[in-house]
Design a binder for this molecule. Sequence first.
Ligand code: GLC
Length: 749
Amino acid sequence: MKRQQMRSLVMALMLTTALPTAAAHAQAATASASKPWMNPKLSADQRADLIVAQMTQDEKLTLVFGYFGSNQEKPKFTPHAEARMGSAGYIPGIARLGVPPQWETDAGVGVATQRESSDPYLERTSLPSGIATAATWNPDLAFKGGAMIGSEARSSGFNVQLAGGVNLARDPRNGRNFEYGGEDPLLAGVMVGAQIRGIQSNNIISTIKHWALNGQETNRMTVSSNIADAAARQSDFLAFELAIEQSQPGSVMCAYNRINSVYACESDWLMNEVLKKDWGYKGYVMSDWGATHSTAKAANAGLDQESAYTFDKEPFFGAPLKAAVADGSVPQARLDDMAKRITRSMFAHGLFDHPVVKGPIDFAAHAKVTQADAEEAIVLLKNDGGLLPIAKSAKKIVVIGSHSDVGVLSGGGSSQVFPIGGMAVKGLGPKGFPGPIVYHPNSPLKALQARNPGAQFVYDDGSDPAAAAKAAAGADLVIVFAHQWAAESQDYSLTLADNQDAVIDAVASANAKTAVVLETGGAVLMPWLSKVGAVVEAWFPGANGGEAVARVLTGEVNPSGRLPVTFPASADQLPRPVIDGDNSKPELMVDANYDIEGAAVGYKWFDKKGHQPLFAFGHGLSYSTFGYSDLKTSVAGDTLTVSFKVTNTGKAAGKDVPQVYVGPKGASNWEAPRRLGGFKKVDLAPGASTTVSVSVDPRLLATFDSKAKTWNIAAGAYEVSLGASSRDLGAKADVTLAAKTLPVSYDGK
Ligand code: GLC
């Protein structure tokens, strides 16, 4: 049976197997007009209080105990026919009260359908990786991408999407950096917050994850991220805080790792103190899959739902929780609060009023969304002599490596979306999790050929340096696609795998008109950089990544991506040159000392230590040029506003991302000389100008006092810098700020 026929059969099966259940729930919900909690005029809090008051103890316990969705072939995982094939999680509903089941799907780039052992992959649209969306510096695109994948989740019958990865890129080798929003709390918070808003615009819940300081994949289940309170609040916590304020995610997923030797999902500091008390978070905390380690300790520390209990050593929130409440080690009020938080989020995000019903997906429209994101994510790192865009006169173009003749790379693990049309290359990478290595069937080579019909294209697979160099000699242009797979549960090396450095070096030695296109999950080293004419970072560019790359290389799209992470010149520049731990010993109890850098993550560390990066945070070139002028500052109350003019001084229309950095003049207790205080993406025709105004959140001008639990702006002189990256700062303005103290509950309003 052809793939397409099989896919239609699978989709039909999914439609028929689910409709009655969803309709039944919908029926239950609408028919429950007599149930006061179904009055949409009431607040989510009121509705949750009303429904929890009607629940039996067992019904409350149903809500807090999750199953692995996976597939029906392994009934021990999912004894419920209602669970979705190939899904991450499932919590039964309470039909008597009209509570729908919670159908959970991964993750941040689309509906990740956990490869079925024998059935064809369930296929959905993949966005570019999270770090790519962050590289657009365009919250509108992040929203649109979230709205798209949330609509595919909804159409596939899911009402909880396990997205919102926002852990800061403390270590550029973290295997899951590709899922997140980079190294800066403002950029990550704004971009991931926008995506969560987009997802939840579909009347489904999004998570934000992994709470917190999940900064490496080596020994991810046991490593302890050790850091002082204030440093955490000014870095990783601030990314979560900003994203939560801007998107109200229905749920927070607590992480696998320990923080200061306490498991995240048992940390009273993380869940009760910071999240629920200091920030007033009203949603619920779900565990990561296998991150629950106890019953009373976890519940009393603030964990509200055990996910996929079969991943844990015991069913902690099953019978043991019922017993713990009965013997008082978990107060009844705590269980009631757990049920309230879960149902409150379900009311707040439309799960009761808009029950998910499977439906058709407009894949053609969704392809446009993912491609637009990928196009703006692409960062032009180097472009000597205008090697790019491809000259119309180019008659012979050699394309090398990374299966660019058939597809583009994606990141591995639970976020893996299996491509429409099937994987472009089969049999790559680990057979089991976090494999396989998936290439989306969208060929950069084919897309380039379609746009340059007059040129002769030669493809070389890049497996042999000498053969590649031979092919490259004499060409008008050589494009080498270089890949570095990244995946959950493992960190990666900054050195390109598969002897690619040798291939690029040989090719560039044979032909200086060489452009390198990187398909990576983050930073990599480039020993050949001085030998190549151009370098483009395309990240994992998603389902339409080949088209997106071709449009940028040909100049149809003017590149406007900016780095959301620092590219180091060497691992020796990092706070931890060698990653702590040993992944061959999964039980190893490891300590990672994040107090080395504290809040000075990424470019802040490089600025503090005076290191010269390979490419700086915020860097990205254009086929045009932009000028900044008229820098002005004003202070009103606790808000610093910075305005300036941006002019497209080049010959091509294009987008730019002027960045505002702020820092104290002279000595201070700040973690680093300066912080990103604001940014704006602008779109300008040649010669056009626009005036931009950004307000700096006062927390970005403050330091956190853990004892007083306040944000404190010190009186004095501060320097406002305007530039095209953290290291390309031009105009500066001094501003004087008065002392200001803000409560820990300050939420930017
Ligand atoms: C995974 C990941 C988490 C994911 C969950 C469900 O191990 O850590 O991001 O949402 O389990 O697949």
